[in-house]
Design a protein around this ligand. Structure first.
Ligand SMILES: [Mn+2]
Length: 476
């Protein structure tokens, strides 16, 4: 890859004080083991599990970094001769974390319960597994929020801060397993799955994630399953410049989440060598996502008229809707967040009366931090910087609203991203001199230049063309 002189100028501005800004942008192979405390425990657990011929129960999460994480775990551990049973929770009916009900009859004494993208707050599930005589290793990337479950190890890079904390759930498991089994480091299937999970999860495309995406850019499609191959063929401008948003709108949202989505079949799809079935399934997902899109548009229109004016004054979008179709709260929050370019909280009522919140943020508002700062109020709260959720045991919306508003006033971050400017120039350069810096996404926004009083933001299109756009948008 060749960086143009103007692109290097951008990197210098973005990483001031760095002796090697190019290396800060795209580092060499990270020392995963430094970020992964508990890795030695996982390694030892796998060794003794092999000796006693126990199995791995791999507990995931039903979103893209959870499912691709399951794919990574299944592929490596099955190839290594382990018996692995995956568990995929269902968000429509199950609360987040590890449910003992799902382990019953599956996790036996002497088995290893390994999680991906979940588990760091699963006190009850982990306690159940330990009482059951099983071993437990958590791998997660969500915010640690004591008291922590009493697992034999918790591999979660959050306390280290970035770049380790920027890894998605699938990235954490990829890093852990390839550290233990280095032969899989350049495995095209793992790299493709991890890239897809990372981009889907909206984590910053910074340092370690960029390293993973760089490795991904070199893979050969012939060595993939038909499911992965199809997704890579659909990946907009995979061989050129792309943005996270392009991939999410074309692939992640086509798959969707919750009911009527492809997520519950995604693991079979990723492993499938049946091209015909994969193609038919993709077509079906396109159709379903169009239907979901219509429901979402209608919902978004209604939600936009229900924005809370007081929250608005704090720069936050807050919406309460009595009922939202199952699994759609997060998608609605994402959409509102994108439209208003602000942190967004969508609250709705679950069938059992409990108020549940889905939140998203852009810019400088740490959503999980905000929610966890008021954790005594919630029966559960957690997530990460840009996506988090909570549940509130009482049905009293007015009481919850008051609490949210008073905490917004006190929480010290600003939810509206500031439009950035990378370079002040005399005249507008060819946008293509900056596409060498792609991919762009959260944590690494498209280039913006200022000429005279005018700000121009680089835009990349799914047809692989790029141009300038006059806008105050941050580009996220
Ligand atoms: Mn996840």
């Amino acid at each position: 890859m060749r960086l143009t002189p103007l692109a290097i100028e951008v990197l210098k501005r973005r990483f001031p004080g760095e002796s090697d800004p190019v290396k800060k942008w795209l580092p060499g192979k990270p020392r995963w083991e430094k970020a992964l405390t508990g890795l030695d425990v996982l390694s030892e657990e796998l060794r003794s599990l092999r000796k006693r011929r126990g199995k791995v129960v791999l507990y995931g999460h039903d979103d893209m970094d959870g499912i691709t994480g399951l794919f990574v775990g299944l592929r490596v551990l099955r190839n290594e001769g382990f018996t692995v049973v995956p568990i995929i929770p269902r968000r429509e009916i199950e609360t987040y974390g590890i449910r003992p009900g799902r382990l019953q009859g599956v996790l036996e004494p002497g088995d290893l319960l390994l999680t991906v993208d979940c588990g760091c707050s699963a006190l009850e599930g982990v306690a159940w597994a330990r009482r059951n005589g099983s071993r437990v290793v958590i791998t997660d990337h969500h915010m640690l929020n004591p008291p922590l479950p009493e697992a034999h190890a918790i591999i979660d890079p959050q306390p280290l801060g970035p770049p380790a904390a920027d890894l998605a759930g699938c990235g954490v498991l990829y890093a852990a397993l390839t550290s233990i089994f280095p032969a899989y480091e350049n495995d095209p299937q793992l790299l493709a799955a991890t890239a897809l999970g990372t981009v889907s999860d909206r984590v910053p495309l910074s340092e370690w994630n960029r390293y993973l995406l760089h490795c991904f850019s070199t893979i050969k499609l012939e060595r993939l399953t038909e499911g992965l191959k199809l997704l890579m063929e659909e990946w907009p401008c995979r061989k050129g410049a792309w943005t996270g948003a392009m991939v999410r709108s074309h692939i992640t949202s086509t798959i969707g989440k919750g009911c009527n989505s492809g997520i519950s079949n995604m693991l079979d799809f990723l492993f499938s060598f049946d091209r015909h079935w994969c193609r038919a399934f993709w077509e079906q997902m396109l159709k379903n996502s169009e239907e979901r899109g219509q429901v979402l548009s209608e919902l978004t229109g209604r939600a936009m008229n229900m924005k809370d004016p007081e929250a608005d004054a704090f720069g936050m979008t807050l919406v309460f809707m009595d009922s939202i179709p199952q699994g759609m709260g997060g998608t609605l929050a994402s959409r509102l967040c994108r439209i208003h370019r602000r942190g967004t909280i969508v609250v709705s009522r679950r069938e059992d009366g409990v108020l549940v919140g889905d939140t998203r943020s852009v810019g400088d508002w740490n959503m999980a931090g905000f929610l966890v700062s008021m954790k005594d109020v919630f029966s559960s709260a957690g997530g990460h910087y840009r996506a988090a959720g909570f549940s509130y045991e009482s049905p009293d919306w007015n009481a919850l609203r008051e609490i949210l508003l008073s905490n917004m006033a006190e929480y010290p971050t600003h939810p509206v991203p500031r439009p950035h400017i990378d370079l002040h120039l005399e005249e507008l350069p060819d946008p293509r001199v900056f596409t060498c810096l792609a991919p762009f996404g959260p944590g690494f926004l498209p280039v913006a230049v200022k000429i005279g009083g005018m700000r121009y933001l680089l835009q990349i299109h799914p047809n692989c063309q790029s141009n300038w756009c006059i806008t105050e948008d941050s580009g996220e």
